[in-house]
Design a protein around this ligand. Structure first.
Ligand code: ATP
Ligand code: MG
Length: 603
């Protein structure tokens, strides 16, 4: 048990060191300035006590004893006191300013690093982690982690103040130093209790903060569903329960911190009292002057500041480390292996050969097994099958975004997993059933260039970009865009809320087409578009994109009939390959397509 605790402490020290090193490497300037400010502040606190002693010895006592004091002495002491005050004020400003700057900058650094990592991580990571969880890492966790380096200079400065004060007292009066020194073990003891008592509630607060973000995000994201199913109340209650949990955890932590704070603060106060009593005897016996005693009492009372600072930071370390650990976990997520010995993608229309492809989701059963088929360059192949048969998984594997468990995909003979990501992205484009639109303009969404404004000027890149018109025409979205109040410059709202499902799908399809891909992958990308328009789009693609190889997941009989060949999947395996007409002879296929068509008529 003790060994476990010691190991835990070592782990904390190691993690703190890693965090501080990372922060210092990223922002040495503000941290170094913070240290200067804090040291100056600490020194000025001691100087203030010394000045008070001098004031007492050279001004106040002579005034009482002799009835007069030299004006020069008064002036000199007053100037010294004022100077100390100015230094203290300026140092205090530097301390606070650098704390704010370090915190804000390191928070931003961590946030950027996490977001960059999110972009590099494979699809499987994003499928396994909720958006709310990921949001919490870039908000509350990064903020908590940035606190430690921001407050470090203060802790170091105050530690120096502590040592200097104790040293000074030892030199002037070892007896009083001994009395004052008794507070050190008391402080160590209370701080160690503090750490232990606060650790668990602090981690609980950090974890609950993450959960509240997660639940809030989930319920806002599913707002329409929540409303239509009349689950508002349930969702409200679910959020209220999480929020109440967070509130209680915060109160528990605050009460514990406050009780321990009072205990920590009382130690220097009690010590000052003891020093007054013992010091009175020392003054009486002539061992020290009254001024020295005044300085000591003042300096010990002032030790409340460093003691509280150090205690507060130590008490908060578990929460800050909890945030850092969660951030670090994202940064430590393994990246997909870099493409070893990347192969160039041969030019020209792409011939796609899928050989014995298999795929399984983490912890799940096989979603694809032994899938093989061939799509000649420029041809259109449709993939169909019942729900859960592996159609979307197959398309995802063809994007190269998820590594297959076995088998290969060859593009013009080159292994997809060995093609450089840049070449792959340039050649392959996909559009899915659930289109994602950014909150920018229609043109911005198609060209993925949100600075573009079509109407701003004729020389503008978007206005001059022929890809936009061509892509909109092929996606049968020209009239839809022209009908918008500001044409292609019309903003579409968050996730494209101002458009219908079919309209969103056509804009997402136009985006994939604007890419001028050599391999176009469509996963039920026109499922929400009416049958006539869908037919126009599919035949338009067949005649207009002769050099593009197209693989389309569909259950529409008309689209299947247009395809050069159909791959029929059943439970992740190929159950038939051929023309739609040929496959209709397979009983299962015929029934499936008929059932889908009936469904569409009823809808
Ligand atoms: P649908 O017609 O309903 O879109 P589909 O043919 O596209 O179905 P896939 O989405 O490829 O089917 O799913 C194939 C199998 O993999 C299913 O059993 C599904 O439950 C499983 N699956 C899909 N996505 C995931 C995931 N992210 N994690 C785990 N399993 C998944
Ligand atoms: Mg699917």
């Amino acid at each position: 048990m003790t060994d476990q605790r010691t190991a835990g402490r070592f782990k904390q020290v190691r993690r703190s060191r890693a965090l501080l090193l990372a922060a210092f490497r990223a922002h040495p300037g503000p941290i170094a300035w913070g240290l200067v400010g804090s040291l100056l502040y600490g020194t000025s606190l001691v100087a203030w006590s010394v000045a008070l002693g001098v004031l007492c010895n050279d001004v106040v006592i002579p005034r009482f004893d002799d009835g007069h004091v030299a004006t020069g002495t008064v002036l000199a002491v007053l100037v010294a006191v004022a100077a100390v005050g100015v230094v203290q004020g300026s140092a205090g400003l530097i301390r606070r300013w650098t704390l704010v700057v370090t915190r804000a900058r390191f928070d931003a650094t961590l946030r950027d690093a996490v977001v960059r990592r999110y972009h590099q991580l494979p699809m499987t990571y994003h499928q396994a982690h909720s958006t709310g969880q990921k949001l919490a890492h870039v908000t509350t966790d990064a903020e908590a982690a940035a606190e430690l380096p921001a407050r470090l200079p203060d802790v170091l400065g105050m530690l120096v103040l502590f040592v200097v004060t104790v040293g000074w007292v030892v030199v002037v009066d070892p007896v009083l130093a001994l009395v004052g020194g008794m507070m050190i073990p008391a402080l160590l003891l209370v701080n160690s209790v503090y750490q232990k008592q606060v650790e668990v509630p602090a981690e609980a607060v950090q974890e609950r903060l993450g959960r509240v973000t997660e639940v809030a995000h989930e319920s806002f994201d599913g707002a329409a569903l929540v409303k239509t199913l009349g689950r508002d109340r349930v969702e409200r209650d679910r959020f209220a329960a999480e929020a109440a949990g967070l509130r209680d955890a915060k109160i528990r932590l605050a009460v514990r911190e406050w009780m321990l704070d009072s205990l920590v603060e009382s130690i220097p106060t009690v010590t000052s009292l003891v020093i007054v009593i013992v010091g009175a005897f020392r003054v009486n016996s002539g061992a020290i002057t009254v001024g020295a005693l005044v300085s000591f009492v003042n300096v010990f009372a002032m030790l409340v500041v460093p003691v509280r600072t150090i205690g507060n930071v130590l008490g908060d370390v578990p929460r800050m480390l909890a945030g850092y650990t969660r951030v670090q976990a994202v940064l430590d997520e393994p990246l997909p292996p870099a493409t070893a010995d990347p192969q160039p993608l041969p030019d020209g229309p792409l011939d796609v050969r899928v050989q014995d492809l298999s795929f399984a989701y983490p912890g799940g059963a096989a979603a694809l097994s032994g899938v093989s088929f061939h799509v000649p360059a420029g041809a259109t192949v449709a993939i169909t099958g019942g729900t859960g048969s592996g159609k979307s998984t197959l398309l995802l594997a063809l994007t190269g975004l998820v590594p297959p468990a076995g088998g290969t995909v060859l593009l013009n003979g080159a292994d997809l997993s060995r093609i450089s990501p840049a070449d792959r992205v340039a050649a392959v484009a996909a559009a899915f059933q659930e289109p994602f639109l950014f909150a920018g303009s229609l043109a911005g969404n198609v060209l993925l260039d949100f600075d573009a404004s079509v109407s701003a000027s004729a020389s503008d890149s978007a206005a001059a970009d022929p890809r936009l018109d061509e892509a909109l025409r092929l996606a049968r979205a020209t009239a839809l865009v022209d009908g918008q109040p500001n044409g292609a410059d019309t903003p579409v709202g968050e996730r494209g809320v101002t458009l219908s499902g079919g309209e969103r799908q056509r804009i997402a399809l136009a985006r994939a087409l604007a890419h001028r891909p050599r391999l176009l992958l469509l996963d039920e990308a026109t499922s929400a578009v009416d049958a006539t328009t869908r037919q126009e789009i599919m035949s338009g693609l067949a005649t207009g994109l002769t050099s593009t190889t197209t693989i389309v997941v569909t259950t529409s009989a008309a689209t299947l009939a247009l395809a050069d060949a159909v791959v029929y999947l059943q439970q992740g395996r190929v159950a038939g390959i051929g023309s739609h007409a040929d496959l209709l002879r397979i009983d299962g296929y015929d029934r499936l397509i008929r059932a889908y068509e009936r469904e569409r008529v009823q809808a």
